[in-house]
Design a binder for this molecule. Structure first.
Ligand code: GTP
Ligand code: MG
Length: 197
């Protein structure tokens, strides 16, 4: 069942400004430029809901979108090589950490990982930090159209192997392309299944 309606609600610079936490909420996070905003547009069948750019560091605030009037989808700034100042990056980091610590209706965090690369330390560290905080997470390996399925799959498998020593079982994981639409239905189904529990 595809998403019917998606509407922008609000951009917040801190958790206190976020909309009332009365609905299940799904956050998208990952390195700058990994494709968070593009994926949100694909999932919602909405070309221009979330702002996309080839320049890393496009998304700077906590962006809430109301989906089918039933749940929130949240676009967050990326970590890593955003072309912004050190102090700005530190501020985002704090904002995101506070969001993860205090947002009680946060139902699942999707961590996006670029399938073109072998496991990167900062991605592994980030996933582990969310795991240690006890947050439910799922991984999404993005841009599988770029290097083809076999290479994307072997990079994803390597990432999951690298995680294994820290996790009792590997988190749910998906592969996506916003160019071909690959993986879209799987991610939407995953969210719908949780919402129905
Ligand atoms: P920040 O907001 O800067 O952290 O980036 P982001 O993670 O939201 O990435 P965004 O969606 O803005 O996409 C970054 C670039 O990657 C854009 O040029 C997109 O068109 C491109 N891109 C995103 N997803 C895909 C994909 O699945 N395949 C291909 N080929 N390009 C993609
Ligand atoms: Mg973005």
């Amino acid at each position: 069942k595809p998403i019917k309606t998606a509407e922008f609600v609000k951009s917040s610079s801190k958790v206190e400004e976020c909309p009332e936490g009365n609905l299940p909420e799904y956050a998208f996070i990952g390195r700058s430029n990994v494709g968070k905003s593009s994926l949100i547009n694909l999932l919602t069948n909405h070309g221009k809901l979330a702002k996309v750019s080839s320049k890393p560091g496009k998304t700077q605030l906590i962006n809430h979108f109301l989906i089918d009037k039933e749940w929130y989808l949240v676009d967050l700034p990326g970590y890593g090589w955003a072309k912004v100042s050190k102090s700005q990056q530190a501020a985002w980091k704090k904002m995101i950490a506070r969001y993860f610590e205090t947002r009680e209706n946060l139902t699942n965090v999707f961590v996006l990982i670029d399938s073109r690369h072998e496991p990167q330390r900062n991605d592994l560290d980030f996933v582990n930090s969310l795991g240690k905080a006890g947050l439910p997470i799922a991984l999404i390996f993005t841009k599988v159209d770029k290097n083809g399925m076999p290479k994307s799959q072997s990079n994803a498998a390597m990432f999951l192997r690298a995680l294994k020593k820290d996790w009792a079982e590997v988190p749910p994981h998906f592969m996506t392309s916003t160019v071909t639409g690959y993986g879209k239905d799987d991610v939407v189904r995953f969210i719908r299944d949780i919402n129905q529990q």
